[in-house]
Ligand binder design. Structure first.
Ligand code: NZQ
Ligand code: ZN
Length: 382
């Protein structure tokens, strides 16, 4: 087990009827909020009304920044930065999924910076300050509600890049599982795949594999994601399944999931981000395509290794091959695509996708993956 430092200051308020607490929490940071949200799901499921009511009740005014797209884009983040600056917003409230929270994080950093917020994504500048951020999460998936990273796509360059800083940890995140009851099945599936992917990246690329505590934690979260998603698919109104799923996805990327592993990388994410950058497909759907292909490549290159242990713990699989098949069939079962063609991505595009992925592979300094290797992996998803 390798040395580590763990820091996570996010206050989590979890459970039924908790969205109305947002105003009291936000009032501790300021008076004027920028309320960031997406295409309107929060208006349909009542989250918007509860947030707006709670803000007014606690003496806050707010400016709206709506229309955040799934796979949030830089130009829209620029608009948000402008609004936050022009209106002197002293806090930001993100109500929605990972896309909304991520764009809100970019705006929080951009509002306290004189240059282009994209500088934080390319590494041209480091985030030194950010406006206080509060979130109301409505989809269990990314873990953005309890981590310090964000991902935005530069539409002009087709780069889907990340930025991060301890300044980007939300002050408070509210997780009310009832808000997730309105999720379309497809989004519930995407979220489940993403949460599993976050566990897989650290677990399978660990430098040190003798870390019992983190292994057991990862197995437990993975089992919970799988079992709660199965229950949600059978009964979308199953509150306890929604609750387990929501907390599991948060735990899958709040830092705990890789403690002691040392090293590690996010290779599947590096490849997936090029799929969602080029074709604008959902991140979870992209991962469902990449992961089985990467597992096949990993098995060929590195042997059964951790596939046996993970597969046994998560699916009751007996060997590495069974584990790979179990992943693929579970993704299929919940309705996620597992081949490029199922997402209408032509295999003739593989060289282009690989070329795009090399941007993040270089940025994240992932060793051992050149363009040809990425093409070989993607061929297994053709
Ligand atoms: O836009 P609205 O109308 O809100 O609809 C959204 C959107 O269409 C809908 N939705 C969300 N909650 C809902 C709901 N519909 C009905 N009822 C609800 N309760 O779901 C759709 C997808 O939302 P999105 O926010 O895009 O999903 P997700 O949370 O999966 O976020 C994906 C984004 O996060 C990034 C991904 O790359 C992608 O851009 N990631 C962020 C990470 C992070 N910050 O740590 C890590 C991840 O690996 C990931 O890269
Ligand atoms: Zn992810």
């Amino acid at each position: 087990m390798q040395n580590f430092t763990f820091y996570n200051p996010v206050k989590i308020i979890f459970g039924r009827d908790t969205v109305s607490k947002i105003g009291r929490e936000a009032a501790k940071a300021g008076k004027k909020a920028l309320l960031v949200y997406g295409g309107g799901s929060i208006k349909k499921n009542g989250v918007y009304a509860t947030v707006a009511g709670s803000l007014s009740k606690n003496g806050l005014t707010f400016i709206e920044h709506s229309g955040v797209r799934p796979n949030p884009v830089l130009t829209h983040a620029h608009e948000g930065v402008k609004k936050a600056k022009e209106n002197g917003c002293d806090l930001i409230i993100a109500a929605g999924g990972g896309s909304v929270i991520d764009e809100a994080k970019a705006i929080a950093a951009g509002a306290r910076y004189n240059g282009d917020v994209w500088d934080f994504f390319t590494g041209a500048a480091a985030i030194k300050d950010a406006v206080a951020l509060f979130t109301v999460l409505t989809i269990p998936a990314t873990g953005s509600e309890m981590n310090s990273g964000c991902v935005v796509t530069n539409e002009a360059t087709k780069q889907k890049y990340n930025a991060g800083s301890p300044r980007l940890f939300p002050r408070v995140s509210i997780l009310d599982p009832e808000t997730t009851m309105s999720l379309p099945r497809e989004q519930a599936a995407n979220g489940a795949v993403d949460a599993l992917a976050h566990l897989i990246e650290g677990y399978f690329t660990a430098e040190d594999t003798d870390v019992m505590m983190t292994d057991e934690l990862v197995h437990a979260i993975a089992r919970s994601v799988i079992a709660s998603t199965d229950r949600i698919m059978a009964d979308p109104k199953d509150y306890n399944a929604r609750a387990s799923m929501m907390w599991s996805a948060t735990l899958a990327l709040n830092g705990l999931q890789a403690l002691g592993y040392g090293g590690g990388n996010f290779i599947n994410h590096a490849i997936e981000h090029s799929l969602s950058a080029i074709y604008d497909i959902a991140h979870g759907a992209g991962l469902a395509i990449v992961l089985p292909a990467w597992f096949k490549y990993h098995l060929k290159m590195d042997g059964p290794g951790r596939l046996v242990k993970f597969g046994e713990a998560a699916f009751g699989a007996h060997n590495a091959e069974e584990t790979v098949l179990a992943f693929e069939s579970w993704f299929r079962k919940i309705g996620a695509p597992v081949r490029l063609s199922e997402a209408r991505i032509p295999s003739a595009d593989i060289p282009k996708i690989a070329e795009n992925a090399m941007g993040l592979i270089a940025k994240w300094e992932i060793a051992g993956y050149d363009r040809k290797t990425v093409e070989e992996i993607l061929q297994k998803a053709a």
